[in-house]
Design a protein around this ligand. Structure first.
Ligand code: COA
Length: 260
């Protein structure tokens, strides 16, 4: 598929989606959000793709935020539509994808960029990365899930301070806060992400999808995560992956999961 603002390539079970507007520090305009939705959908439906990596092109930015030039003139209703459409098409969509999504944060991840990284299932950063939700410096608040996912990941007090100050934290602070899982050099970022992805790929994709669903349920209003876990746990017993995983263990061999 041809895209104007992103690149997507699949190799050995790994689909890497790169936001490719480096001259605008990969800022997310509406067209980019639509293209990302499409690329994530294609990768999720592709049986060969076991893990998706989201990253930014160039050496400076993951994503420097929503494209400010696009929404500067919006009205109240256009503003709320922007947030609700973006959340549905991209941020909630990614967070609830059955295929694991890792954000390789390779530079500035600000505003919508940090919100996209936080929608991914976990994050790995290069040591030049800078992260923050600077929206209040523009007279607006995070609208792509940032007010909810940042406190979930780093705690309410830290999130309040980071959002109120419109500050930026470096990669090491982000790791200390639990916002990113690992920090590495720029050169080692993709090799490290790929190494972790290859460990994920050895496991049952069906069980991983069930785990994502159960973990996310605990963060959804009105859902009971423990009940979701019981339901997903039970469903696993009806899968070919479960039969293969348990049989392989008992036969003292490595499992070869059919992915169903
Ligand atoms: N929306 C639209 N364009 C953006 C952008 C954004 N969020 N972030 C960067 N750009 C554009 C700049 O306008 C500039 O374009 P130009 O060359 O046509 O003028 C280009 O990307 C390079 O950015 P620049 O500001 O010159 O780079 P810098 O190294 O001096 O500063 C940042 C880097 C990230 C500190 C700065 O770009 C910035 O503060 N960006 C906005 C961050 C933000 O508020 N995000 C939240 C949006 S809700």
């Amino acid at each position: 598929m041809n895209y104007n603002n992103i690149l997507s390539e699949t190799n050995k079970g790994l689909t890497t989606i790169s936001i490719n507007r480096p001259s605008k520090l990969n800022a997310l305009n509406r067209e980019t959000i639509n293209e990302l939705h499409q690329a994530f959908k294609v990768a999720d439906e592709d049986k060969k793709t076991k893990v998706i990596i989201i990253t930014g092109s160039g050496e400076k930015a993951f994503v420097a935020g929503a494209d400010i030039s696009e929404f500067a003139d919006y009205s109240v209703s256009e503003g709320s539509d922007l947030a609700s459409e973006g959340q549905a098409l991209l941020f909630d969509y990614v967070a609830n994808l059955a295929t694991p999504v890792i954000a390789a944060v390779n530079g500035f991840a600000l505003g919508g960029g940090l919100e996209l990284a936080m929608a991914a299932h976990f994050r790995i950063a290069s040591d030049n990365a800078k992260m923050g939700l600077p929206e209040v410096s523009l007279g607006v608040i995070p609208g792509y899930g940032g007010t909810q996912r940042l406190p979930q990941l780093i705690g309410k007090g830290r999130a309040m301070e980071l959002i109120m100050t419109a500050g930026m934290i470096d990669a090491q602070t982000a790791k200390n806060y639990g916002l990113v899982n690992h920090v590495t050099s720029q050169e080692e970022l993709m090799p490290l992400v790929e190494k972790i992805a290859s460990k994920i790929m050895r496991n049952s994709s069906v069980a991983i999808a069930a785990a994502i669903c159960a973990i996310n349920a605990g963060f959804e209003a009105g859902e009971n995560g423990f009940n979701a876990e019981i339901s997903q746990f039970g469903k696993c017993f009806g899968t070919a992956d479960f039969k293969e995983g348990t049989t392989a263990f008992l036969e003292k061999r490595r499992a070869d999961f059919p992915g169903k």
